[in-house]
Design a protein around this ligand. Structure first.
Ligand code: NAD
Ligand code: ZN
Length: 358
């Protein structure tokens, strides 16, 4: 049996396409009481983009911080607050920002139509009812959340996506001008999430021609951008935005691998964010991806990136064991990397050695 994937329904792409967001949302408004819920990265507080938001009288705009990665408790609180303010559901939940804000929008919109806490739905195909309309507007590129079928959340017991055909956004606005202000090294870290997605997708057992085709093109664009010597020009921003989209989409037809399996463990225990965490982990994975790691180091050199060292130095032995436990739960990723006999290769000793080197 093949899975019948759902993907983002409508995509607008181009410089300043953000200016058409108002028209797109107006098409969804039904009457004077209908409203849009905007979730906006608080980096944009007081910035020009906030003034350009096409918010109407009845709309709700919430600025959201990005110190922590998305939490189920925050999703639940957003939805409860909006429900207490309005008798009806929003006509669209709009997420403007990076993976954090897009995942908040993708998850919150599901909780207007599904009972209980978002933590109950962390996993594959657990959502019962279609959510309200969701629009995502990336302002930093690489994570691929704009196109993926998952919303990654940290809950009381696990960091795991709400994944399934109800999760992809309905509308995507790709405006490369929005990523111009991303500072270094964040620009590099998030972009490397895309590079690593491609290396992982293209090296494993769960490959398909469609996944490979998208991943190869995404990888080509990443190389053009990060081997160029000047990665953050308007032209390279546009290439990176497309690379992120293609790389995210390629994962629908493949799987991430060793770096993500290990970095989920690292993130859960240390709180290190996804883009940086992946870079720290990938830098130790010569054994799994020798050519990719070599090229990644070349990209770091060209772009003057220095990774933090010794990030697990102060972890207790119990914390290291917890990282290993979490990493070993990511069975799909490991079987993509090593095949069905992966448990013979991915031993606790091997993972302990890797974590201790970071
Ligand atoms: P992010 O949302 O973590 O943001 C990174 C930083 O960049 C923040 O400080 C933010 O304020 C800042 N920023 C964003 N846009 C900016 C701009 N235009 N100018 C200046 N600063 C800006 O970014 P990310 O790396 O895209 O997302 C990582 C998150 O996405 C993690 O929570 C991860 O779990 C999640 N993720 C989700 C998926 C998915 O498929 N759903 C895939 C990969 C990662
Ligand atoms: Zn990733």
């Amino acid at each position: 049996m093949f899975r019948n994937y759902k993907t983002v329904g409508r995509i607008i792409y181009g410089r300043n396409s953000f200016d058409q967001l108002g028209d797109i949302l107006d098409e969804l408004r039904t009457d004077d009481n209908s409203y849009v819920l905007f979730l906006v990265d608080d980096y944009f507080e007081g910035k020009e983009l906030q003034k350009r938001l096409p918010a109407r009288k009845n709309d709700i705009v919430k600025m959201i911080g990005t110190i922590d990665e998305p939490k189920t408790t925050v999703v639940d609180a957003i939805v409860a607050e909006v429900k207490s303010l309005r008798p009806t559901n929003p006509v669209s939940v709009v997420g403007i920002g990076g993976g954090i804000l897009m995942d908040y929008a993708k998850a919150s919109r599901l909780m207007f139509t599904n009972e209980g806490s978002s933590a109950q739905y962390q996993g594959l195909d657990l959502i019962k009812n279609k959510g309200v309309h969701c629009t995502v507007v990336p302002t930093i590129s690489g994570a691929g959340a704009e196109i993926s079928m998952t919303a990654v959340l940290t809950g009381p017991v696990k960091k795991l996506g709400i994944k399934g055909n109800f999760t992809p956004a309905d509308q995507l606005v790709l405006d490369p001008n929005l990523i111009a202000s991303v500072p270094d090294p964040q620009h590099f870290y998030t972009a490397m999430d895309c590079y690593i997605h491609n290396i992982e997708a293209l090296n494993g057992n769960r490959r398909t021609i469609i996944g490979d085709s998208l991943g190869i093109e995404s990888l080509r664009l990443c190389r053009e951008v990060f081997l160029s010597g000047n990665s953050h020009t308007p032209e390279n921003d546009e290439k990176l935005m497309v690379a992120s989209y293609l790389g995210g989409l390629s994962l629908t037809y493949s799987e991430v691998g060793a770096c993500h399996a290990i970095s989920y463990g690292l993130a859960t225990v240390t709180g290190i964010h996804h883009g940086l965490g992946n870079c720290i982990v990938f830098n130790q994975l010569d054994e799994f991806y020798p050519d990719g790691v070599k090229e990644f180091r070349e990209m770091m050199r060209i772009n003057n990136i220095e990774l933090p060292q010794g990030v697990t130095q102060n972890c207790t032995p119990e914390e290291i064991e917890k990282m290993i436990d979490i990493s070993l739960t990511l069975v799909f990723m490991w079987s993509h990397v090593c095949g069905p006999e992966w448990e013979k290769i991915i031993t606790r000793e091997k993972l302990r050695g890797l974590f201790q080197k970071m």
